[in-house]
Design a binder for this molecule. Sequence first.
Ligand code: NAD
Length: 483
Amino acid sequence: MSAGAGAVIPPAATPPRATPSEATPSEATPSEATPSDATAQSDDDALVAGQAAARPDMARDDDVPVGEEWHSPLYAMACRQFARAADVLALDDEARTRLLEPRRSLVANFPVRMDSGDVVNFTGYRVQHTLTMGPTKGGLRFAPDLGFGECAALAMWMTWKCSLVGLPFGGAKGGVRCDPHSLSVGEMERITRRYATELLPVIGPNVDIPAPDMGTGEREMAWFYDTYSQSVGYAVPAVVTGKPVALGGTVGRQSATGLGVVFAIESAFADLGWSIEDRRFIVQGFGNVGSVVAHELHARGAKVLAVSDIRGAIANSHGLDIPAVMQWVAEHQYLEGFPEAEAVDGSAMLELPCDVLVPAAREEQITGANASALRCGLIVEAANGPTTTAADRILEDRGITVYPDVFVNAGGVIVSYFEWVQSHQKYSWEATEVRERLRMQMQQACLRVTGTSEQLKTDLRTAALASAISNVAEAAHLRAIYP
Ligand code: NAD
């Protein structure tokens, strides 16, 4: 691991990581699998078991020295995607070496006093993938199975996402391994503030700017902002994005990712000559991103046939009344029990026939085990890393186009960038300006991805990554090596 300016703390071992989707009973056993499934299964399984190989496939195949400290299924997947795009670009070994591994990482174990009076030790991470493009930017995830490799993968994807949409950031990701649902407000605040304090050597408005991700939101960003500001002695709103508007957050940030997904769908459909009206959609995940996607699609006349959350799915073949579903979730927290729909198993929902499947829950949901059974025309990745490499191959063989996460869910970081600019300028934009600028950037990104795909004669994911990676490789080459 390379040392940069600032604190570098040696990483702890990657914790065991649950991969529920890979272990569901509905998965095909190897004997049931089709030939392409079989390849896919072994590919995914080897990684999930984490056996092997202390190294991801990509590292072995391409002989790129990837540090074992990052090893996790998700990081291996990010590395394989990188390798495929780097091959298409014929990127030289020096550029691959400089771009692959995270540039700077921090792991901190810190004590927090719980409401019971007990002291519990928590582990927090921050991974900054590249420092070449400007400050780093990326979310804070509070989740019980968070690990170092997951943060490294998500940080790498953030670099490509920012590069693809032309933002002056490198990628970062971090968070705390904890279960936010089991913590009181006071415990969440103490964990957030202590974690922010641990990160002080490596964050700042021109160094690394966190934002919300799964398990965190405006409230945590307000605490983070306050903790940083207390440490320097004056208010620094540009140190985080996704803050409440009352603290200098931007209008439109909360719905930005979901709205960006729908702008991505509009741009893709314009390219395909499709219209949204009456198209059949299925949305996995009904949180910050999925609920906005479902709502915006419904408002445009689409039929949202099914949606799901962690507890299961609801479906209606005539299309769900999404405003009523949102009202239900506001009152009951979960989708289950919604009256005007049929309850469906969450995994089975993915296999219902539809025009567009939108995974908007979490990573590794479309795998070698279920990709052959999907009955959708397109996949639009609102979540980060929802499709494994093995699934990608099966979908490609089946002619199912995948619009990739680095393009589709970039709306969140685009509007975060708008917020960062406003915080620096101490100036706020109108909602329509935020929305229209977001629409324009998503349209431009769509053209870039589809244009590169045609030019390089490759799939959309590889095209998006190739476009992004070539920008960063050029910048790294021009900045050269210090000293
Ligand atoms: P969230 O926590 O608000 O919502 C997640 C939703 O998915 C919840 O409804 C949850 O119940 C559901 N879910 C979790 N596991 C599930 C499973 N196995 N099956 C079905 N549903 C499941 O999170 P979010 O902010 O909406 O993020 C969703 C995805 O989008 C993540 O991959 C995240 O990294 C990505 N993303 C989010 C943003 C953002 O601005 N929030 C930006 C870019 C990417």
